[in-house]
Design a protein around this ligand. Structure first.
Ligand SMILES: Nc1ncnc2c1ncn2[C@@H]1O[C@H](COP(=O)(O)OP(=O)(O)O)[C@@H](O)[C@H]1O
Ligand SMILES: [Mg+2]
Length: 469
């Protein structure tokens, strides 16, 4: 492809050089011939003014003619009305007294006008230019002045220029060929590099980076490629981590189930009470497995299709109150005060995917109740600022250390593994919450309360068309 591109360049340049040369030579030839003709006519007219009759051409007239033509190689012939040569400035002329027939003479005699012709000279292949001016006396043609000049000088000039043009064209073509070769090497080397990198990426090798140098566009391209590679790498790492996390999470309840089963099998004559206990434990573990699988399904569903939110107009205040009502029994069981303190009384219906936002808010309030010790409080705040609605969920539990504030939104991430597990946590709640909020074009963050507890804030765009996708 490279070579053909270069060949095209060179061909285009060579063609235009040829066209240009042809044009220059043509224009130049015409110009030179034109000025030559004007000069010849001028001289012929001067000479014709000197002669009134061809019968008797004086020595004086002849002298004047020689003067007019001196320094040039123009030959002058004067003919009588019957085409007989009366005078020839060529010294060894054998034409005197003879009849001559020349195109220009014939024409000028016939039309009583000046005439002009270009002929090939048979002897040496040079072009000859001839002009003829009629001699008029009393409106009668009394002869003609005929001037002939070889165009060899003009032709020589043209030949020289043509030669120079050819040399010039060859040099330009070579330069262009070299330049385009250089240019194509300059652009194709990075592109070859990109192709190589892309192939490596498709094999899963993300360590190879495209070289970010050369022309600006190629640097941009290299950057884009490297960015893509980094993103893919990230994605691949995430995928691997996810698979291994899932396996790990499933392994624990499965191991417990296996242990319980083994205990039943290996116990001789187990009493019914003991079996009852074992079966209760088994049921708990199966519940836990079910919970994990359900939440994983929720997550992957949100992941696999960014456009799967089904927004409907939702009264957000009503939804928050419903979450509070639903979780009040859990709070009461731990003697926790669950209450709301909104700074707005009501909101216009917002376009939300009800189930997803419900789950997002529910997970956070549920966490707050779960991780806050007995006798604590959980407070829901609501705020409308400009085009953003924010729900704040504060508690006075143990809070979340700064170094974990980002990580708790990751899948399976739990601060205190065993305690979180005891509360039935899967470590997927906040991941689901974040997916749901991002799906709505919102944001989620966590901070601290003055009491040392945690303070989660979900911000959602307050617009009728607030759902992305
Ligand atoms: N209100 C809170 N106070 C203290 N820690 C919290 C709070 N909410 C979440 N966490 C911590 O973040 C972790 C992740 O939460 P989540 O994703 O909901 O998983 P889990 O299923 O364990 O609740 C929890 O295990 C817990 O350690
Ligand atoms: Mg949770």
């Amino acid at each position: 492809m490279r070579v053909s591109m270069m060949a095209t360049y060179v061909a285009v340049i060579v063609m235009s050089m040829i066209l240009l040369s042809v044009y220059i030579i043509g224009a130049l030839t015409e110009n030179l011939y034109n000025s030559e003709r004007v000069k010849l006519f001028a001289k012929a007219n001067i000479i014709s003014d000197l002669i009134t009759t061809t019968d008797d051409i004086t020595d004086e007239t002849q002298l004047s003619i020689n003067q007019i033509l001196s320094g040039s190689n123009i030959r002058s012939i004067i003919v009588s009305p019957d085409f007989r040569v009366c005078l020839d400035t060529n010294e060894d002329s054998d034409l005197i007294g003879k009849v001559i027939m020349r195109e220009a003479i014939n024409k000028s005699m016939k039309d009583k006008e000046q005439a002009f012709a270009i002929n090939e000279n048979d002897d040496n292949n040079t072009a000859m230019m001839s002009v003829s001016v009629p001699l008029i006396a009393n409106e009668q043609t009394v002869g003609a002045v005929y001037l002939v000049e070889s165009l060899s000088d003009a032709d020589m000039t043209i030949r020289n220029i043509r030669k120079n043009l050819i040399v010039f064209a060859v040099i330009i073509s070579i330069l262009v060929a070299m330049l385009s070769l250089g240019l194509s090497l300059m652009t194709t080397a990075p592109i070859d590099n990109f192709i190589g990198v892309a192939k490596e990426i498709s094999k899963g090798n993300f360590n190879i980076k495209a070289k970010e140098k050369g022309p600006a566009e190629l640097v941009e391209m290299a950057k884009a490629l490297n960015y893509m590679s980094a993103e893919l790498d990230d994605y691949e790492q995430n995928r691997k981590k996810f698979v291994s996390d899932v396996s790990h999470e499933l392994k624990t309840p499965l191991a417990t189930i296996k242990l319980i089963c083994d205990s039943i099998v290996t116990t001789d004559n187990p009493n019914p009470e003991m079996i009852q206990d074992f079966l209760g434990d088994l049921s708990d573990e199966v519940d836990r497995l079910t919970r994990i699988v359900e939440r994983l399904l929720t997550l992957t569903k949100m992941d696999s299709n960014q456009n799967n939110a089904s927004p409907t107009p939702v009264d957000f205040v009503v939804m928050l109150n419903a979450v509070i009502r639903k979780l009040t029994p859990n709070a009461e069981a731990k003697n926790i005060v669950l209450y709301s303190d909104y700074s707005v009384d009501s909101l216009e219906p917002m376009l939300l995917d009800y189930d997803k936002i419900w789950e997002a808010v529910y997970n956070i309030v549920d966490n707050a109740i779960k991780y806050t010790p007995e006798g604590g409080f959980v407070k829901l705040g609501l705020e409308l600022k400009g085009k953003t609605v924010s729900v704040r969920i504060d508690d006075n539990g143990p809070g979340i250390p700064d170094e974990d504030k980002e990580r708790i939104f990751e899948r399976f991430y739990r601060l205190d593994d065993s305690r979180a597990r005891d509360t039935g946590g899967t470590g997927l709640g906040l991941a689901i919450t974040r997916e749901a909020v991002l799906l709505h074009g919102g944001e989620i963050s966590v901070g601290d309360t003055p009491e040392g507890g945690s303070s989660f804030v979900i911000s959602l765009p307050y617009a009728v068309s607030g759902v992305q996708g």
